[in-house]
Design a protein around this ligand. Structure first.
Ligand SMILES: O=C(O)C[C@H]1C=CC(=O)O1
Length: 96
């Protein structure tokens, strides 16, 4: 199942710089682990914002939910999820 996800990161100013740096490093490691697994298929930075658009490929709504909750920056993210399915005119077999 494919999902389009927007993540806006909002780390409060009172979070110590070292804590923010550690969370960002942990987030990067978790992201790369999920990217290697094939579950986090794509990511793009939103120009001019601390935000990304991503495509996830997971087995269920519950798996995506658990995966998002597992992100170290989750407490500081606003997340919007849209479920996707193959467009009937698409030429690409991997669009599902
Ligand atoms: O930078 C972000 O948009 C937040 C998050 C997503 C991947 C990652 O490494 O950090």
């Amino acid at each position: 199942m494919l999902f389009h996800v927007r993540m806006d990161v909002r780390i409060p100013h009172d979070v110590p710089a070292e804590t923010a740096a550690r969370l960002k490093a942990e987030e990067k490691a978790r992201f790369q682990e999920l990217q290697r697994s094939g579950k986090w298929r794509h990511i793009w930075r939103v120009v001019g914002e601390y935000a990304n658009y991503s495509i996830f490929d997971v087995d269920s709504n519950a798996e995506l939910h658990d995966l998002l909750l597992s992100l170290p920056l989750f407490p500081y993210m606003q997340i919007q999820v849209q479920a996707l399915c193959r467009h009937p005119s698409s030429l690409h077999d991997d669009d599902r």
